[in-house]
Write a protein that binds this ligand. Structure first.
Ligand SMILES: Cc1ncc(COP(=O)(O)O)c(C=O)c1O
Length: 484
C-alpha cells in the first residue's frame, strides 16, 4: 500500500496513523476494507513492524479499525467517511484531434453499437437475432476439455502462440471443412481469428485503401459494411432478389472494384440461397474484374431439408475467394472464434495483420475446440443443435401462420437461425410504434431497416428463434399478434 507520509518532524507511527485516517475519511479506504498485515505494510513503507503496530493500535482504540479473525485489521463500518471530492476535470479537449480513420469510426453516432446485445429487462419473449441454442450445449464436456488443457497444457498453452492460430486446430478445421463444406484446403491457408468481425477487419487492412470501391449486398450485414467503410471503402449496393445477389447488376469488370462481400449460402438478412448458376457467374465476374470475393459463411451448418449447400470457395478455380467461417452460430458468440480460408497469396499479409492487431487468438479456447472437433463431439453436437433449431423454426412458422395468416409473408429458405417476416398490412413508417407496443407486452421484435442502405417501403421484422423454446415462441407470437 502506498501511503503519503507527511510531517517529517513527527514520529513515524503518528505519520502512518494520520495517513490511514485521512485515506478513510476521503473514502479511499471504505468501511470493511481489509488493511495490510503489519508485516506487509512495514515492508511496503520500509519501517519496523512495531511502528505499524503502534499506528494500528491507536486506530483500533479510536474505533476506526477493528481486528478481524487471525488479527487481520479492517476499516470499521462505523468509521466516519466523507465522500470523495469530485474528480478534477480532465484538461484534454472533449473533441480530440482524431486520425482520418478515427473520424470515420465516430462519424456515425450509433457507433459503437453498444448495449444492443445485453438482455433488455421486461422482455419475456425476445426474438433478438444472434443468440445460439445454448440449452443443448454440453457445458460439462466443455468444462472438462478446458480444465484438462489448463491442467496438462504444455508451455505453449501459457506462452505466446502462433499468429496464424493453433496448428492442430487448423488441421482439424481443414478436415471438417472438407467433410462438411466440400472445401479442399490445407491447414496452411487457414488463419484463426477472434470472430468474423476480426476477419473482416484484417481483410480490410490488407486489401482496402480509402476511396476503393467495393460491392455489398442490398440488404446486407452491417457488421462487415461498417468495417469496410471505416477503412475508407465506398460500398456499391447490388440488389438481392429471390436468388441472392443479382449478378446481372454487378458493375462492369472495368469498374475497378476491389472486392465483393457476400453471404451466398444464406443471404443475410433475407435467408435466400444463391443457386449454382449465380455462383458461377459471380466467380466469373470476380476473375474478369480481378476482384476478391469475401464469402461470409456464417450459418451454413444449419440446413433443415436437403443436403448442406456447398461453399462458394469450393467452386473457386481462380483463387479469388476469401472464406470466413465462425463458431458464433454453431457454438456460441462469446467463444470469439472464427477462421479465414485464404488464397495462398494472402496468407502472409493477413497473418502479419493479425500479429499487428493482437499477436494471436487466446490459446485455451483454441485447444479445447480442437479436442471438441477431433473427438467427433462437434459434429455430433451440430446434429443435435440442428434438430433443436429446426423444431424452433417450425414452431415459429406455424405460430405466425396460425395467428397472423396472410397478414405476413415469411422469407428465406429452410436454413439458418432467423426468419425475415414482412408485415403485409403495416406501413414501413409505423414499424417503430409496433416494436414499442410489442415491447410493452414483453415481446422483443426487431426491424429489418438497419440492414438496408435505403429503408424498404414494406415493414419487415427479423426473428431470431434459436434461444427460445417452442412454447416461448408460440406464446410470444400469440402476444405479438394481439398487439398488431
Ligand atoms: C451475416 C453475419 N456474419 C457473421 C456473423 C458472426 O460474427 P462473429 O463471428 O464476429 O460473431 C454474424 C452474426 O450475427 C452474421 O449475422
Amino acid at each position: 500500500m502506498l501511503l503519503n507520509l507527511q510531517g517529517a518532524d513527527r514520529p513515524l507511527h503518528r505519520r502512518i496513523y494520520d495517513a490511514l485516517k485521512s485515506a478513510m475519511r476521503a473514502g479511499q479506504l471504505g468501511p470493511g476494507t481489509r488493511l495490510p498485515s503489519t508485516r506487509t505494510l512495514a515492508a511496503d513503507l520500509n519501517v519496523s513492524r512495531n511502528t505499524v503496530s503502534l499506528a494500528y493500535e491507536q486506530l483500533v482504540a479510536e474505533g476506526y479499525v477493528v481486528a478481524h479473525v487471525r488479527s487481520m485489521m479492517a476499516v470499521a463500518h462505523s468509521a466516519p467517511v466523507r465522500a470523495l471530492p469530485p474528480a478534477a476535470r480532465p484538461k484534454i479537449s472533449a473533441r480530440p484531434l482524431l486520425s482520418a480513420y478515427g473520424r470515420r469510426l465516430t462519424a456515425d453516432p450509433a457507433m459503437p453499437p453498444a448495449g444492443s446485445y445485453a438482455s433488455r429487462p421486461g422482455l419475456r419473449y425476445d426474438f433478438r437475432y444472434g443468440r445460439p441454442v445454448i440449452d443443448e450445449f454440453p457445458r460439462e464436456i466443455w468444462r472438462r476439455l478446458i480444465a484438462a488443457r489448463a491442467r496438462h497444457g504444455a508451455l505453449d498453452t501459457f506462452g505466446y502462440g502462433p499468429p496464424a492460430g493453433y496448428g492442430p486446430l487448423r488441421e482439424a478445421l481443414a478436415g471438417y471443412l472438407w467433410r462438411a463444406r466440400g472445401m479442399s484446403c490445407d491447414a496452411e491457408r487457414i488463419v484463426i481469428v477472434n470472430g468474423s468481425q476480426q476477419a473482416f477487419d484484417l481483410v480490410a487492412r490488407v486489401l482496402l485503401d480509402p476511396g476503393d470501391k467495393i460491392v455489398i449486398e442490398e440488404p446486407h450485414y452491417q457488421g462487415s459494411r461498417l468495417v469496410f467503410e471505416a477503412a475508407g471503402a465506398r460500398p456499391i449496393g447490388v440488389t438481392v432478389d429471390a436468388e441472392g445477389l443479382d449478378t446481372t447488376r454487378l458493375p462492369p469488370a472495368a469498374a475497378r472494384i476491389r472486392l465483393a462481400s457476400v453471404t451466398p449460402c444464406h443471404q443475410f438478412p433475407t435467408g435466400v440461397i444463391m443457386p449454382l448458376g449465380r455462383r458461377l457467374a459471380l466467380l466469373d465476374w470476380a476473375s474478369r474484374a480481378k476482384a476478391w470475393v469475401v464469402e461470409d459463411d456464417y450459418v451454413s451448418e444449419f440446413r433443415y431439408e436437403g443436403r448442406p449447400i456447398e461453399a462458394l470457395q469450393a467452386l473457386d478455380r481462380s483463387g479469388r475467394v476469401i472464406y470466413i467461417g465462425t463458431f458464433s452460430k454453431t457454438l456460441f458468440p462469446a467463444l470469439r472464434l472464427a477462421y479465414l480460408v485464404l488464397p495462398p497469396a494472402l496468407v502472409r499479409p493477413v497473418v502479419a495483420a493479425k500479429w499487428m492487431a493482437d499477436r494471436y487468438t487466446a490459446m485455451l479456447g483454441q485447444e479445447a475446440l480442437t479436442d471438441f472437433i477431433t473427438t467427433g463431439r462437434f459434429e455430433r453436437y451440430l446434429r443435435r443443435a440442428s434438430t433443436r433449431n429446426a423444431a424452433r423454426r417450425r414452431a415459429l412458422i406455424e405460430a405466425l401462420k396460425l395467428h397472423l395468416g396472410d397478414r405476413v409473408e415469411i422469407a428465406g429458405e429452410n436454413a439458418g437461425v432467423h426468419l425475415l417476416v414482412w408485415l403485409n398490412d403495416i406501413r414501413s413508417r409505423d414499424i417503430g410504434s409496433i416494436i414499442a407496443r410489442a415491447a410493452g407486452v414483453g415481446v422483443g421484435v426487431y426491424s429489418i431497416h438497419p440492414y438496408y442502405s435505403r429503408p424498404p417501403r414494406r415493414a419487415g421484422l427479423i426473428f431470431g428463434y434459436a434461444s427460445l423454446t417452442e412454447a416461448e415462441i408460440r406464446a410470444g407470437i400469440r402476444r405479438f399478434a394481439q398487439i398488431i
